[in-house]
Ligand binder design. Structure first.
Ligand SMILES: NC(=O)c1ccc[n+]([C@@H]2O[C@H](COP(=O)([O-])OP(=O)(O)OC[C@H]3O[C@@H](n4cnc5c(N)ncnc54)[C@H](OP(=O)(O)O)[C@@H]3O)[C@@H](O)[C@H]2O)c1
Length: 249
């Protein structure tokens, strides 16, 4: 009996959940539990960490999981590493649903940094108005550069912020280039800091930056051990069908 586990929290995972539910494939959707009101899913949902590699291995066995699709964000590297190790340990086939990274186009002014620490170090210069589009989790790191005026866009209303000089926009996306251009103009943005998340939902800020000639500090993706990856929901459904899952029940 098939039981698919989707490691979620992304637009891609949501699209996969919709297709899987419409095909009648038995599946569970897993959220880390980072946001206050996660999107409802058309599948049973579980919330919270598994407890590392061992916890996930136990979960896979206890729930007789037959397939895992890691559709987490490209920067959710710990979860992805755990999934690789736990699936190997439990003998469960694993597929990653991973959006391609963004690539600079003509007119883009990107400076690449390898990680969050690299981005923080690159901001050591004089005060600028910065659109810090990295989510809530790494804000504390940027408190090391308090001289800037930061524009933050967050999914939930934040509590106390670690930097003295910031404005917050609470919004969940997807975003449009024209709205992001207007937002950046309104705040006089001189630099965008972005993770190379890929996908369409969050790229509006990059299109807006190009249109405005604003430079981007681009944080490259974390490296992961070798794994099987696909880039579309259709490909994942094909993989499931070829792995013995009965589609369209
Ligand atoms: N990082 C980003 O920029 C970003 C952006 C948008 C959405 N997200 C989503 O937010 C979630 C957390 O991201 P993160 O960067 O904090 O991940 P992470 O650093 O790779 O994960 C840290 C721990 O959180 C738990 N976890 C992460 N994703 C989980 C999931 N889908 N289901 C159950 N537990 C999960 C795991 O805990 P245990 O070790 O206890 O199992 C994992 O070891 C992910 O699901 C990701 O798809 C992340």
């Amino acid at each position: 009996m098939t039981h698919l586990l989707i490691l979620g929290g992304t637009t891609e995972a949501n699209a996969l959940a919709k297709s899987v539910a419409s095909q009648g494939i038995p599946a569970t959707y897993s959220y880390a539990g980072r946001v206050d009101n996660p999107r409802p899913q058309p599948l049973p949902v579980r919330v919270g960490g598994f407890g590392g590699v061992d916890g996930l291995s136990r979960y896979l066995r206890a729930h007789a999981i037959t397939h895992v699709v890691d559709a987490t964000h490209p920067f959710a590297a710990q979860m992805s590493r755990n999934a690789i190790a736990a699936c190997r340990d439990a003998g469960v086939p694993l597929m990653a649903l991973n959006r391609p990274a963004w690539v600079a186009q003509e007119g883009d002014r990107w400076q690449h940094v390898p990680d969050i620490d690299g981005a923080v170090a690159a901001l050591s210069g004089p005060a600028q108005r910065i659109f810090l589009a990295v989510g809530r989790m790494h804000l504390e790191d940027f408190a090391a550069q308090p001289q800037h005026r930061y524009l933050l866009r967050l999914v939930d209303e934040p509590g106390a912020l670690p930097m003295p000089n910031c404005e917050v926009v609470v919004s969940r996306g997807p975003f449009s280039e024209s709205n992001d251009r207007a937002l950046m103009q309104r705040h006089g943005i001189e630099l965008v800091v972005s993770k190379n998340a890929g996908g369409s939902g969050a790229r509006a800020k990059l299109d807006a930056a190009r249109a405005l000639g604003v430079p981007v500090l681009m944080i490259d993706r974390p490296a992961l051990p070798q794994r099987h990856e696909l880039t579309s929901v259709t490909q994942v459904l094909d993989w499931l069908a070829h792995s013995g899952v009965n589609l369209g029940v």
